[in-house]
Design a protein around this ligand. Structure first.
Ligand code: F6P
Length: 539
């Protein structure tokens, strides 16, 4: 049965019609304990979802929707290593990567925990040796720069985590990230570093991704131009990949390949050897704490009833907003400067996973799935796109994130930041009426009044974490990973493939000869291509 034929879905449609008459302000007036009743406290995290347009009836029906969607069975199937990613015939076992042997994981009847532990052990040795300056390049100089070359899931997660955990950086290694096929990206980094002191991590699950391979070849040429000896490659390149053959063909020796597996999706891979850059940057113990945080969250997700299960409730609120309030986007605003890249990381996680319209039966679906996710750190975003969030024609739900104890203390500034975090969700939910505008300024010019009115009734969630440390960051990331999974189950889509990125890649390959030759085979692009060729300065 299709999701929108479930009894709970139909009931939710009816409840939506009734709920239109009641605003978030009224919900708070009706229930003086609302913030208590619509929030979950768990393990140094407070998740407050009280400022949403839901009441208990809607909430209960959303829980029934999760049950009617066989969520528990789907969670079980994920853990059993069933090939949930059926279009690519792959299991979805990233939770095994952080489980430190506490749960048994089998894939095709093999216990995968021991494989995971042996790669972790190999990573640990390298991380500790690099951080204690024991790894030397081809000419004997100590490695001081590590450059991660990867894109998408092989870049965004590690890049975001490394920035978020700046406070925990180890002193001896400077980390760099290169992702774009725009040569500016690599050239600007290479200018800053010395080949004798540099180690490249080629991070690519497939080891075929166009951008990553182009950057890796450029880096290899840079190393070989310097040393003029092929042997240098094995001192300056490591691979993080599932594709041994391609890594070896590139010149990376077997012992320099840090393996992971087919059952780790690219956007869920920061817990695998793809996270090597993170471990180098924050040190081994901190990396283990990141994994521990995510594993604690997994335990919470697997073992908590839906009503108090953070990822489940977060997902259900998203379903209510998307499918019943008809919202089309989600803003994620961390009031923590170091989480500035978190929304960008979530863009891939949510939009590549659930930006789909074909269901698991191969049919086109007739309800909305994931919308546009965007965001950046508060308070900066308050001075750019918040106007639209407060008074724009489209309702945009917001997830706010803040911490209680920053590693960077300046009493009044931390309080000012926190005051802004609290103020924004209040302003969105409760707005300001005409009467409010007039009572603030009884002499206001009549024509100005409407401009100063805030309709309110705009939904948001708030996450408060005790501190942005490795463990809590691990939990936060895992919350969103599972949220995406739950929504995919309810929407009956495969959250783990990404066919939508293929066509562009294929066309780029076809168009490349047109750019290099005189002929233009492309019709729609003729004008652009001719103008490019006419204006291209021959190098
Ligand atoms: O953009 C498509 C994609 O396959 C992502 O899912 C993936 O994270 C990224 O490309 C990089 O892939 P790889 O790690 O194989 O280079």
């Amino acid at each position: 049965m299709k999701t929108n034929e479930y009894k709970s879905w139909k009931n939710l449609s009816k409840l939506h019609l009734d709920s239109c008459k009641i605003g978030i302000k009224d919900l708070f007036n009706l229930d003086t304990n609302r913030a208590e009743n619509f929030s979950i406290e768990w393990n140094n995290i407070l998740f407050d979802y009280s400022k949403n347009s839901i009441n208990s009836e809607i909430f209960n029906e959303l829980i029934l929707l999760a049950k009617e969607s066989n969520l528990s069975q789907n969670i079980g199937n994920m853990c059993k290593g069933e090939k949930l990613n059926f279009t690519e015939k792959r299991a979805v076992l990233h939770t095994a990567l952080r489980n430190s042997n506490s749960r048994e994981y089998k894939f095709e009847n093999n216990d995968i925990n021991s494989d995971i532990q042996s790669v972790l052990e190999k990573m640990k040795v390298l991380v500790n040796s690099l951080n204690s300056q024991q790894i030397k390049g081809f000419s004997g100089k100590v490695i001081k720069n590590v450059v991660n070359i990867g894109i998408g899931g092989s870049d965004l997660g590690p890049r975001m985590v490394c920035e978020a955990l700046t406070f925990y950086h180890q002193p001896n290694i400077k980390l760099h990230f290169i992702s774009n096929v725009d040569p500016t990206d690599i050239q600007l980094i290479l200018k800053k570093i010395n080949p004798e002191e540099t180690l490249f991590l080629i991070a690519s699950k497939t080891f075929t991704t166009q951008e990553t391979m182009a950057n890796a070849e450029t880096a290899k040429k840079w190393i070989l131009d310097f040393y003029k000896d092929n042997d240098a490659v094995r001192y300056h390149f490591l691979a993080l990949s599932t594709n041994y053959t391609a890594c070896e063909k590139f010149g990376i020796s077997k012992e320099n390949i840090f393996e992971f597996w087919d059952w780790v999706g690219g956007r869920f891979s920061l817990w695998s050897s793809i996270g090597l850059s993170i471990a180098i940057q924050i040190g081994w113990e901190n990396f283990l704490n990141l994994l521990k945080g995510a594993n604690d969250l997994d335990e919470h997700f697997f073992n908590t009833e839906f009503e108090t299960n953070i990822p489940v409730v977060l997902a259900l609120i998203g379903i209510w907003n998307t499918n019943f309030l008809n919202t089309k986007s989600l803003a994620v605003i961390p009031y923590i400067q170091l989480l500035n890249l978190f929304p960008m990381y979530l863009q891939q996680l949510e939009m590549e996973s659930n930006g789909k319209t074909i269901n698991i039966l191969g049919e086109k679906i007739d309800y909305n799935t994931s919308g546009v996710l965007f965001g950046s750190a508060g308070t900066n975003s308050q001075h750019s796109f918040f106007q639209l969030i407060h008074q724009g024609s489209e309702i945009i739900p917001v997830d706010f994130i803040a911490e209680v104890n920053s590693n960077y203390q300046n009493g009044e500034m931390n309080e000012l930041l926190f005051a802004n975090f609290l103020a924004q969700s209040d302003a969105l939910a409760f707005g300001k009426t005409k009467e409010g505008v007039i009572s603030e300024n009884p002499n206001i010019e009549k024509d100005l009044i409407n401009h100063k009115v805030f309709e309110g009734n705009r939904p948001s969630n708030s996450f408060l974490i005790s501190k942005l440390n490795p463990e809590n960051l691990g939990k936060l990331i895992a919350i969103y990973e599972h949220k995406v999974f739950v929504q995919g189950v309810i929407w009956q889509i495969n959250s783990f493939d990404q066919w939508g990125v293929e066509l562009g890649k294929q066309l780029a390959k076809n168009i490349l000869p047109d750019i290099q030759n005189k002929n233009n085979s492309s019709n729609s692009n003729n004008k652009l291509l001719n103008w490019y060729k006419k204006n291209k300065v021959k190098s």
